[in-house]
Ligand binder design. Structure first.
Ligand code: 5GP
Length: 212
């Protein structure tokens, strides 16, 4: 009997949403429960929030160092969000994908557009919406880490971010965290089965047919 020699190219799962829609919690749950996916850790020029760790949540860089990395082409994408710079370091992503692993991105619509241009075959775009403005505000305040003016600023920006929902293939309305998580898992499960991601498939089918 011959083994089934089918492998899968890694995919890039992008999660975008306005701040406070529950994206961070969904990402954490996915990373904890799924051994095949890893997080792309972004670089940013914003200051760390209490509890955030260098190299786990972000690579915290000075504006100067960020500029140096950008000029060297070391970012897969980068954008200015809320007055700070954010970027996805290229090397870890390329390394993970080449090992057949999936990569999860928590990036905004600008970064998603850039990834879409560089890797349209590999990207899976999911947008998370809050069930209501009230809910969004509640979650932003519950975070209790950002000052009131930052919360107000993020509420004001939510409308801008949401206006890009049509650039995403999948929409999750996060009314219930467990259901939203199950939906995210379902998207990932189906996307992993896409024919174009499977290598060795034509040989496998050829063998099947030859044996018939
Ligand atoms: P926060 O400062 O709350 O961690 O993130 C603010 C926004 O920046 C979020 O919408 C997040 O998705 C986005 N963001 C985080 N990292 C990146 C990145 O590497 N690239 C882009 N384009 N956006 C990012």
């Amino acid at each position: 009997m011959t083994g089934i020699d089918i492998h899968r190219r890694g995919l890039m799962l992008v999660l975008s949403s306005p701040s406070g829609a529950g994206k961070t919690t969904l990402s954490r749950r996915l990373l904890e429960s799924d051994a095949e996916i890893e997080m792309s850790v972004s670089a940013t020029t914003r200051k760390p929030r209490p509890g955030e760790q260098e190299g786990r949540d972000y690579f915290f860089l000075s504006t100067e160092d960020f500029g140096i990395m950008r000029n060297r082409g070391e970012f897969l994408e980068h954008a200015k969000v809320f007055g700070n710079y954010y970027g996805t370091p290229r090397a870890p992503v390329e390394d993970a994908l080449s090992r057949g692993r999936d990569v999860l991105f928590d990036i905004d619509w600008q970064g998603t557009q850039q990834l879409d241009e560089t890797a349209p075959e590999d990207i899976v775009k999911v947008f998370i919406l809050p069930p209501s403005v009230h809910d969004l505000e509640k979650r932003l305040k519950a975070r209790a880490q950002d000052p009131a003016e930052v919360v107000a600023e993020r509420m004001a920006k939510a409308s801008d971010e949401i206006s890009h929902y049509q650039e995403y293939e999948y929409i999750i309305i996060n009314e219930d965290m467990d259901r939203a998580f199950a939906e995210l898992q379902a998207i990932l499960k189906a996307e992993r089965l896409r024919r174009r991601r499977l290598t060795g498939l034509s040989n496998f089918v050829k063998q099947l047919r030859e044996a018939l």
